[in-house]
Design a protein around this ligand. Structure first.
Ligand code: ATP
Ligand code: MG
Length: 331
């Protein structure tokens, strides 16, 4: 079992990233060989400020370590330090089909109405993502629900490449989506869109770096409805914001939504929101404290990333070489 997954350094780590991906990565470290990377090449598919990107890579590395990623157990590195990722992505662009990429909902969401003005990289993003996991022959890719479609595309690319070139090179990776409510945490401002780093509204998400007061305030202001909470999760259908907050409570406390509702049924959000703030702060505050300490030691962070990159370069080399050979290049 080899686990590979990444996160873009496009902003501050938020509760959705943590519950949907990072805290699950942390748990997998003891069960499998794990590689985790900062997807800084993926970050280039949207407008970036070079000075901010450079700082974000280090900040995101610190946030992952603060959340429990242990560089002694897992290989942690920046994608741009391992040229095999974009090299393999180029080879795989010969395999991926326009029609496949056209169906990707992330492309449709992020390009919006302005497809002509979107970067080419935003369109081919999932091919680089396929290379990220195929180059290590990852068996499991722990991601949030929003990335399921991209991992399925990586599987299609792996199968087509193996067939086209009559090789058994690539392993079709399994998307590994968490159960329960953590797999898709929604925005605090709109129960129909997912919590995202790139959402322009700060109030839509809770950051790992938010103080206790800011967490409580964002949850107090979170969009809700005036109805009291029901006693059965099925009765939350049609109430996306209420459903999301109950889901967040379940995910941060480790309860089921049914158990959460047993505690709060009949009560309104005036009672629920402060309890949710307490539970969220209990989860995040210790991680935030560690992050603040780690920021003081950039040399240590750079050292961890350099050591991780060295290992990743070595692990990726044979697969990249075989891919070149399969298509008739190199010997
Ligand atoms: P961006 O808006 O820049 O795409 P993002 O918040 O979507 O940022 P990514 O770096 O794209 O974050 O994704 C990192 C990981 O977090 C992925 O595994 C993704 O599936 C997961 N993830 C992102 N948002 C959520 C969410 N709202 N709920 C659960 N998991 C999420
Ligand atoms: Mg994303």
């Amino acid at each position: 079992m080899r686990v590979v997954s990444g996160i873009q350094p496009t902003g501050d780590l938020h509760l959705g990233n943590l519950l949907g991906a990072i805290l699950r990565w942390v748990r997998m470290q003891d069960e499998a060989e794990c590689l985790f990377f900062l997807a800084d090449l993926h970050a280039l598919t949207v407008d970036v400020d070079p000075a901010i990107l450079r700082g974000n890579v280090r900040e995101m590395a610190a946030a992952l370590i603060a959340s429990g990623i242990d560089p002694a157990k897992s290989t942690l590195f920046a994608q741009s330090a391992v040229p095999a990722h974009p090299e393999l992505a180029w080879i795989l662009q010969g395999t991926a089909r326009m029609g496949w990429l056209n169906r990707m909902t992330q492309w449709k969401d992020k390009a919006g109405k302005n497809r002509e003005g979107a970067s080419v990289g935003l369109f081919t993003y999932p091919v680089l993502q396929a290379a990220d996991v195929l180059v290590y022959k990852a068996t499991h890719v722990p991601v949030g629900e929003d990335q399921k479609q991209h991992i399925e595309l990586a599987r299609d690319i792996a199968v087509k490449f193996n067939n086209d070139f009559d090789v058994e090179l690539f392993v079709a990776p399994e998307p590994y989506i968490g159960g329960g409510t953590a797999a898709r945490v929604m925005s605090l401002r709109d129960g129909a869109s997912k919590m995202s780093k790139s959402d322009p509204s700060e109030a839509s998400r809770i950051h790992l770096t938010d103080s206790d007061d800011v967490i409580a305030q964002k949850l107090r202001k979170a969009k809700t409805d005036p109805e009291p909470l029901p006693d059965d999760p099925e009765l939350l259908a049609g109430r996306p914001e209420a459903r999301n907050l109950v889901g967040i409570m379940a995910a941060v406390t480790g309860e089921s939504p049914a158990a959460v509702l047993q505690r709060f049924s009949g009560q309104g959000f005036g009672a629920f929101k402060p309890a949710l703030a307490d539970a969220t702060i209990a989860l995040l505050a210790p991680l935030r404290e560690r992050l603040i300490e780690l920021r003081n030691d950039p040399a240590m962070l750079d050292g961890i990333l350099a050591a991780g990159a060295e290992k990743a370069v070595e692990l990726a080399a044979p697969t990249l070489h075989e891919a070149y050979r399969a298509v008739g290049l190199r010997s």
